[in-house]
Write a new protein. Structure first.
Length: 272
């Protein structure tokens, strides 16, 4: 948990104790608490090693073409006495009141001071409530992401690897993009371009060149036909089709030049 949840004396990662007295309806948006089976979990301010990556991860995931919504610290009411707010939540479902109810993908950032027992409980509660994946981004030691999935053993992906969430994300997520600023910006741009049908920034540039080229072709064809008409010549069907089908700027330019130098319309198209 990026904010490094406080040490809860009633938590050992398995929550074997009796339920606490608090309910999700007693909390308001902005309250610095989560609830675990009725027990309040104080959410401390985010440390400097986690505050930046939280925003980067949100931008990367929120920009995926398949994502409907994403949020930072979105409250998920997992039950009448359990309220959790993952650092980043993807495709959360809205409830009737203040809180969302569930999300298929949640991301937690684990930095200095992370309460590992509390994190373990939080992951278990999210998975039990229907979350398909919980990604834990480790910011201490070798950078990596732990993937927690219901009914499967936890697995780890290193900083050179990629992550996938079929049915939630359309595109893979490089691990590095969840914490490295440059990588996150690159992937966010990729995602935004993909949502508009572009495979890369080069594809956008090429379209711009192609549009300019098309404008040039149209202008040259129009100038060629107009100049032929000024000469008093008439194009036969084959010549007209040849002009319309030509997509080479230099060929059209050569024809336009020969309209001035040739004595017949047939001569314009000889040798080109």
């Amino acid at each position: 948990m990026g904010r490094g949840g406080s040490v809860d004396p009633m938590s050992d990662g398995h929550r074997r104790y009796q339920r606490g007295p608090f309910r999700t309806g007693q909390l308001r948006s902005g309250d610095p608490y989560e609830l675990s089976q009725g027990h309040p979990i104080f959410c401390a301010p985010t440390g400097r090693d986690g505050s930046g990556p939280n925003g980067l991860g949100f931008a990367v995931l929120d920009s995926d073409p398949a994502v409907r919504n994403a949020g930072v610290d979105t409250g998920l009411a997992l039950g009448p006495d359990t309220l959790r707010a993952p650092d980043v939540t993807v495709n959360f479902e809205g409830g009737e009141g203040t809180w969302a109810t569930q999300a298929p993908l949640a991301v937690e950032y684990a930095g200095r001071g992370q309460d590992e027992a509390e994190l373990k409980t939080k992951i278990a509660e999210l998975l039990a409530a229907g979350t398909r994946w919980v990604w834990v981004v480790r910011l201490v030691g070798p950078r990596r992401v732990e993937i927690h999935e219901a009914g499967a053993a936890m697995r780890t992906v290193g900083d050179e690897g990629t992550l996938a969430a079929p049915g939630v994300l359309e595109l893979s997520v490089p691990v590095r993009a969840l914490y490295d600023r440059d990588a996150a910006h690159e992937v966010t741009l990729r995602n935004l371009l993909a949502s508009k049908g572009y495979g890369s920034l080069d594809a956008v540039r090429e379209e711009g060149r192609e549009e300019g080229r098309e404008e040039g072709l149209v202008a040259l064809r129009a100038a060629l036909v107009a100049t032929i008409e000024v000469r008093g010549w008439r194009l036969d069907e084959g010549q007209a089709q040849r002009i319309a089908a030509c997509r080479d700027l230099s060929t059209l330019g050569g024809w336009l030049t020969r309209v001035v130098t040739e004595s017949t319309v047939e001569g314009v198209f000889l040798g080109g």
